[in-house]
Design a protein around this ligand. Structure first.
Ligand SMILES: Nc1ncnc2c1ncn2[C@@H]1O[C@H](COP(=O)(O)OP(=O)(O)OP(=O)(O)O)[C@@H](O)[C@H]1O
Ligand SMILES: [Mg+2]
Length: 260
């Protein structure tokens, strides 16, 4: 596997740096690039809210874990940030974009800035591993000169260079998860959302994924990661946000760094 930091810095260059912030709507101007802010947010799928009046503020370049028991709303919160689930009330700013007022068709704006590793991977089944990484890169960043090269680099970083031409159905669960990680990091997003990205891999691969996220974080990306994984929580110390009705406050921040 290659060195992530050099690939990431080359990628930032290739996609022309982070997206231009000059044309934001006035409502979003005060919010800093790379930051995430939820203000008084209530979300639910039917009448019963998953969470109510949630306030959460994440600084540009922070690494934050979303932690809490199964069913508490970690995936829902990440989907809200990615524009896939609309809140019932409240305001949400992601990288300065007011997500709460967006329609589904407008969410491409979010996807260009935010990478997302979904809990169920959401790979396109008729495309190869390589094409699954390449397609969003081509759609989201049409000015990149050699998107194929970046797709291969990202797959190499997750140890899948030898599986470029495999369809998802021919990959193991952990390999599919790694394709999803490669897809999310390929354009070095300003914000990375990851939903249990180590849920289906062995401890070496888990450590590798975490290392990649840490390197992405080192070059300036904000990382928000839902996890149950004690190994992950102990290996890379970062702020943990507990999504638990009985424990709805933030743990103190710790010094960051990948444990050896
Ligand atoms: N599409 C949906 N329609 C209706 N209810 C849903 C939907 N998706 C999730 N829920 C409900 O919302 C609540 C939060 O689910 P969510 O998937 O966000 O939890 P989670 O914290 O990610 O859990 P896990 O750790 O098991 O992944 C659960 O009670 C779930 O049943
Ligand atoms: Mg979940």
């Amino acid at each position: 596997m290659g060195t992530a930091a050099s690939v990431f810095s080359t990628l930032v260059h290739a996609v022309g740096g982070f997206p231009d912030d000059g044309k934001r709507r006035p409502e979003a101007v005060a919010v800093r690039p790379g930051s995430v802010s939820l203000q008084d947010v209530t979300v639910g799928y039917a009448r019963t809210p998953v969470f109510e009046k949630l306030d959460l503020s994440i600084e540009p370049g922070e690494f934050v874990y979303l932690v809490g028991p199964s069913g508490v709303g970690k995936t829902t919160l990440l989907k809200v940030l990615f524009g896939m689930v609309r809140p019932q009330s409240g305001k949400i700013f992601v990288d300065g974009v007011a997500v709460h007022g967006m329609h589904r068709w407008q969410t491409a704006k979010i996807r260009r800035r935010v990478g997302c590793v979904f809990q169920n991977y959401e790979l396109l089944q008729h495309l190869t591993a390589y094409q699954n990484v390449l397609l969003p890169l081509q759609l989201g960043h049409p000015r990149v000169n050699d998107p194929g090269g970046y797709a291969v680099d990202a797959l190499e970083l997750v140890g899948l260079k030898h599986k470029l031409n495999e369809l998802p159905e021919n990959l193991s669960g952990g390999e599919q998860q790694r394709v999803a990680v490669a897809r999310a990091i390929a354009h070095q997003p300003r914000i990375l959302l990851a939903d249990e990205p180590t849920g289906n891999v062995d401890s070496d691969t888990s450590a590798r994924i975490l290392e990649l996220f840490a390197e992405l974080n080192d070059v300036g990306s904000t990382v928000i990661m839902a996890t149950h994984d004690e190994f992950v929580l102990s290996r890379y110390s970062a702020r943990a946000y507990w999504l638990d009705p009985k424990k709805q406050d933030q743990e103190p921040a710790h010094a960051q760094g990948v444990a050896s």
